[in-house]
Design a protein around this ligand. Structure first.
Ligand SMILES: *Cc1c(COP(=O)(O)O)cnc(C)c1O
Length: 393
């Protein structure tokens, strides 16, 4: 297949939604991908934190193809043993109480927002509907999750946005306190802001949020769409922070490459959703569930989590030895790199030419490699990154 032909057809037939790198990927195994012309790439992206077990992992491929050959979809009018298996595993791994299955991060966040507002409506009546998120956050692309996103650049064109969001400055307790007015029903945060530039929240600040929320019966809701499913070295990032949230959202890495989102409720919010208040046609799809069962049975094993942390430490130490690296942030295999020359976009584009898939977030380079990446692949990728840093100095 010819790349120029694919690119021309994309421009002719697809809406111009994305700035894409100049490659068309057609095949992968582990953390290695190949493009339509046979060129090989090391993958430090796993999609955007989606392929948690890498490309075409043997166990994952078997689970998915067996399920596709047995039952591809049923409506949510019927019970599904695969849905209940995913939900049970998620509850056991997270300590949360109940699960709603959907198809994406934005959908999981929509569910969380609906739960927050209905929880408060059921208990206090109208008027306590505001949700406080953080400046520089990212929560999705629907009209409501754009409103939840605390970045002005996203609040354009699509007016009117959903009302009832306010934004507090991250790691600033006084600013948060001033935003927790009587009309607030929930605080909704990422513990490490992903799209916002791999920015972790301070532990003391987050503990303070939790106690302020408890005092006022404000729900603490955590967006783990990017940080979750062992990405940051614990199954969910909040477990590393020692929190007990009321609602948690999950998606990206959950089914290892098939679309799946989940909204998890704590005891306090488990009764909020009742028949008629929420639903989805595709959510909890059996093939996606079979994929998630495989992911969940592997990534939360203590040995697996230990390796995620060790690989993260190793990569961070190697990055700090490279030219053009002024700071390395993040946790586990969610890593942000601040460059001295402030040229992340240029470095990322050149990395692709040199055979390395790598992400950016704001003006940082960002790594979200498959959790199963081998040290051989890590070293190959780091060598390409180092050479590219030197080329672009
Ligand atoms: C990616 C992301 C989302 C949106 O997920 P989609 O599946 O693209 O809808 C929401 N929140 C966070 C933190 C994300 O990283």
């Amino acid at each position: 297949m010819n790349f120029e032909q694919i690119k021309n057809d994309e421009q002719k037939y697809m809406m111009n939604a994305y700035g894409r790198f100049n490659t068309a990927l057609v095949k992968g195994k582990g953390a290695t991908a190949w493009d339509c012309e046979g060129k090989e790439y090391i993958d430090f992206t796993s999609g955007i934190g989606v392929n948690s077990l890498g490309y075409c992992d043997d166990g994952w491929t078997k689970a998915v193809s067996d399920q596709a050959a047995s039952l591809q979809h049923i409506s949510n009018l019927y019970y599904s043993p695969l849905q209940t298996e995913v939900a049970k595993k998620l509850c056991e791994l997270s300590g949360m109480d109940k699960v709603f299955l959907c198809n994406s991060g934005a959908e999981a966040n929509e569910c969380a927002i609906k739960i927050a507002r209905k929880y408060s409506f059921d208990k206090y009546g109208e008027g306590r509907q505001k949700i406080v998120t953080l400046v520089n956050s990212f929560h999705g692309r629907t009209v409501t999750t754009l409103a939840a996103t605390g970045q002005d650049v996203f609040h354009n064109f699509f007016f009117p946005f959903t009302e009832g969001f306010d934004y507090a400055k991250a790691n600033d307790t006084d600013d948060l306190k001033s935003k927790l007015t009587d009309d607030v029903c929930a605080v909704f945060i990422e513990l490490i802001q992903g799209e916002g530039g791999v920015m972790p929240l301070d532990k003391e600040y987050v503990a303070e949020i939790q106690s302020l929320c408890r005092e006022k019966d404000i729900l603490l809701m955590i967006d783990e769409v990017q940080t979750g499913v062992s990405r940051t070295g614990s199954f969910y990032c909040y477990q590393g922070y020692g929190l007990e949230p009321d609602v948690v959202t999950s998606a990206k890495g959950l089914a290892g490459g098939l679309p799946m989102g989940a909204c998890l409720s704590g005891k306090k919010t488990s009764g909020v959703i009742v028949p008629g208040t929420h639903g989805t046609t595709f959510g909890g799809n059996p093939v996606a569930c079979a994929a998630a069962v495989e992911v969940l049975s592997r990534v939360a094993q203590p040995g697996f989590l230990k390796e995620v942390n060790e690989k993260g430490e190793y990569i961070r130490a190697e990055l700090l030895k490279m030219p053009n690296v002024s700071e390395v942030r993040g946790q586990g295999l969610m890593i942000g790199i601040v460059t001295e020359k402030d040229n992340a976009k240029q470095v990322a584009a050149r990395c692709v030419e040199n055979g390395l898939l790598i992400l950016t977030a704001k003006n940082l380079l960002r790594l979200l490699p498959p959790l199963t990446i081998s040290y051989d692949e890590i070293n190959k990728g780091l060598t390409i990154l180092k050479n590219t840093m030197e080329e672009t100095l």
